[in-house]
Ligand binder design. Structure first.
Ligand code: AMP
Ligand code: ZN
Length: 136
Protein backbone atom coordinates (compact mmCIF):
# COMPACT_ATOMS: atom_id res chain seq x y z
CA UNK A 1 0.00 0.00 0.00
CA UNK A 2 1.23 3.46 -0.94
CA UNK A 3 0.70 4.84 2.55
CA UNK A 4 3.63 6.66 4.10
CA UNK A 5 2.79 5.57 7.66
CA UNK A 6 2.29 1.94 6.57
CA UNK A 7 5.75 2.16 5.08
CA UNK A 8 7.19 3.54 8.32
CA UNK A 9 5.44 0.76 10.30
CA UNK A 10 6.95 -1.83 7.92
CA UNK A 11 10.40 -0.14 8.13
CA UNK A 12 10.41 0.49 4.39
CA UNK A 13 11.23 4.16 4.85
CA UNK A 14 13.30 5.70 7.62
CA UNK A 15 11.86 7.37 10.68
CA UNK A 16 13.03 8.07 14.21
CA UNK A 17 11.21 5.14 15.79
CA UNK A 18 11.21 5.48 19.59
CA UNK A 19 8.71 2.73 20.44
CA UNK A 20 7.24 -0.38 18.92
CA UNK A 21 5.14 -3.29 20.00
CA UNK A 22 3.08 -5.95 18.21
CA UNK A 23 0.33 -3.53 17.28
CA UNK A 24 1.71 -0.01 17.05
CA UNK A 25 4.74 2.07 16.34
CA UNK A 26 5.75 5.49 17.68
CA UNK A 27 8.10 7.76 15.75
CA UNK A 28 9.14 11.39 15.95
CA UNK A 29 7.23 13.86 13.80
CA UNK A 30 9.59 15.16 11.13
CA UNK A 31 8.26 18.69 11.64
CA UNK A 32 7.98 18.80 15.45
CA UNK A 33 5.89 21.37 17.32
CA UNK A 34 8.03 20.63 20.38
CA UNK A 35 10.96 18.41 21.30
CA UNK A 36 9.78 14.81 21.37
CA UNK A 37 6.62 15.39 19.31
CA UNK A 38 5.65 11.80 18.53
CA UNK A 39 3.13 10.12 16.24
CA UNK A 40 1.69 6.76 17.26
CA UNK A 41 0.13 4.67 14.50
CA UNK A 42 -1.52 1.25 14.43
CA UNK A 43 0.50 -1.19 12.31
CA UNK A 44 -2.62 -2.15 10.45
CA UNK A 45 -3.82 0.58 8.11
CA UNK A 46 -6.90 2.39 9.37
CA UNK A 47 -7.94 5.89 8.46
CA UNK A 48 -9.76 6.87 11.64
CA UNK A 49 -10.67 5.35 14.99
CA UNK A 50 -14.00 4.35 13.41
CA UNK A 51 -12.04 1.94 11.19
CA UNK A 52 -10.44 0.17 14.16
CA UNK A 53 -11.86 -3.08 15.42
CA UNK A 54 -12.61 -3.86 19.08
CA UNK A 55 -9.27 -4.51 20.73
CA UNK A 56 -7.30 -2.29 18.36
CA UNK A 57 -8.46 0.82 20.19
CA UNK A 58 -7.06 -0.47 23.46
CA UNK A 59 -3.72 -1.56 22.05
CA UNK A 60 -3.23 1.80 20.29
CA UNK A 61 -3.92 3.75 23.46
CA UNK A 62 -1.72 1.45 25.54
CA UNK A 63 1.10 2.46 23.20
CA UNK A 64 0.14 6.12 23.66
CA UNK A 65 0.43 5.64 27.41
CA UNK A 66 3.83 3.93 27.19
CA UNK A 67 5.19 6.66 24.93
CA UNK A 68 3.86 9.43 27.14
CA UNK A 69 5.61 7.86 30.12
CA UNK A 70 8.81 7.47 28.10
CA UNK A 71 8.78 11.11 26.99
CA UNK A 72 8.05 12.35 30.50
CA UNK A 73 10.99 10.43 31.88
CA UNK A 74 13.50 11.08 29.11
CA UNK A 75 12.71 14.71 28.24
CA UNK A 76 11.30 15.81 31.62
CA UNK A 77 8.10 17.07 30.03
CA UNK A 78 5.82 18.92 32.44
CA UNK A 79 2.67 17.84 30.62
CA UNK A 80 1.36 16.80 27.20
CA UNK A 81 -1.10 17.72 24.53
CA UNK A 82 -2.45 14.48 23.11
CA UNK A 83 -4.73 14.56 20.11
CA UNK A 84 -5.89 13.29 16.77
CA UNK A 85 -6.66 15.36 13.69
CA UNK A 86 -9.58 13.11 12.83
CA UNK A 87 -10.75 13.59 9.25
CA UNK A 88 -9.73 16.09 6.60
CA UNK A 89 -12.03 18.78 8.02
CA UNK A 90 -10.14 18.50 11.29
CA UNK A 91 -6.76 18.85 9.60
CA UNK A 92 -5.85 15.22 8.97
CA UNK A 93 -3.19 15.36 6.26
CA UNK A 94 -2.06 11.71 6.35
CA UNK A 95 -4.91 9.23 5.93
CA UNK A 96 -3.45 6.65 8.33
CA UNK A 97 -4.69 7.20 11.87
CA UNK A 98 -2.05 8.77 14.09
CA UNK A 99 -2.13 10.09 17.63
CA UNK A 100 0.02 13.16 18.28
CA UNK A 101 1.77 13.25 21.65
CA UNK A 102 3.30 16.68 22.10
CA UNK A 103 5.42 17.28 25.20
CA UNK A 104 4.62 20.52 27.02
CA UNK A 105 7.02 22.49 29.14
CA UNK A 106 6.45 25.26 31.68
CA UNK A 107 6.64 28.59 29.87
CA UNK A 108 6.42 27.10 26.36
CA UNK A 109 3.78 29.71 25.43
CA UNK A 110 1.52 27.03 23.97
CA UNK A 111 -2.21 26.92 24.50
CA UNK A 112 -4.85 24.30 25.18
CA UNK A 113 -6.84 22.09 22.84
CA UNK A 114 -9.73 24.58 23.15
CA UNK A 115 -7.83 26.91 20.85
CA UNK A 116 -8.36 24.51 17.93
CA UNK A 117 -11.95 25.59 17.23
CA UNK A 118 -14.47 28.25 18.29
CA UNK A 119 -17.79 27.23 16.75
CA UNK A 120 -20.34 27.25 19.58
CA UNK A 121 -23.80 25.86 18.73
CA UNK A 122 -26.93 28.00 18.51
CA UNK A 123 -28.92 25.27 20.34
CA UNK A 124 -28.59 24.58 24.04
CA UNK A 125 -26.31 21.84 25.33
CA UNK A 126 -29.45 20.05 26.59
CA UNK A 127 -31.05 20.08 23.11
CA UNK A 128 -27.91 18.68 21.56
CA UNK A 129 -27.67 15.95 24.19
CA UNK A 130 -31.28 14.95 23.36
CA UNK A 131 -30.46 14.76 19.65
CA UNK A 132 -27.46 12.54 20.32
CA UNK A 133 -29.26 10.28 22.76
CA UNK A 134 -32.27 9.88 20.45
CA UNK A 135 -30.13 7.54 18.33
CA UNK A 136 -29.02 5.46 21.28
P1 AMP B 1 -1.88 15.43 10.52
O1 AMP B 1 -2.22 16.84 10.13
O2 AMP B 1 -2.40 15.09 11.89
O3 AMP B 1 -2.28 14.42 9.47
O4 AMP B 1 -0.33 15.42 10.69
C1 AMP B 1 0.54 14.67 9.91
C2 AMP B 1 1.87 14.80 10.58
O5 AMP B 1 2.73 13.82 10.00
C3 AMP B 1 2.56 16.16 10.43
O6 AMP B 1 2.83 16.67 11.72
C4 AMP B 1 3.83 15.83 9.64
O7 AMP B 1 4.92 16.61 10.06
C5 AMP B 1 4.02 14.36 9.96
N1 AMP B 1 4.72 13.57 8.94
C6 AMP B 1 4.38 13.44 7.63
N2 AMP B 1 5.23 12.60 7.00
C7 AMP B 1 6.12 12.18 7.94
C8 AMP B 1 7.25 11.31 7.91
N3 AMP B 1 7.63 10.67 6.79
N4 AMP B 1 7.94 11.12 9.06
C9 AMP B 1 7.56 11.74 10.19
N5 AMP B 1 6.51 12.58 10.28
C10 AMP B 1 5.80 12.80 9.18
ZN1 ZN C 1 -1.34 3.21 6.16
Amino acid sequence: MECIFCKIARKEIPAQVIYEDMHAVGFLDRDPRAAGHTLIVPNRHAETILDLQGGEVGTLFSAVREITALLKKSLHADGFTIGINHGVVAGQAVSHLHVHVIPRFMGDHGTSIHAVITNPPAESVEAIAKKIMALN
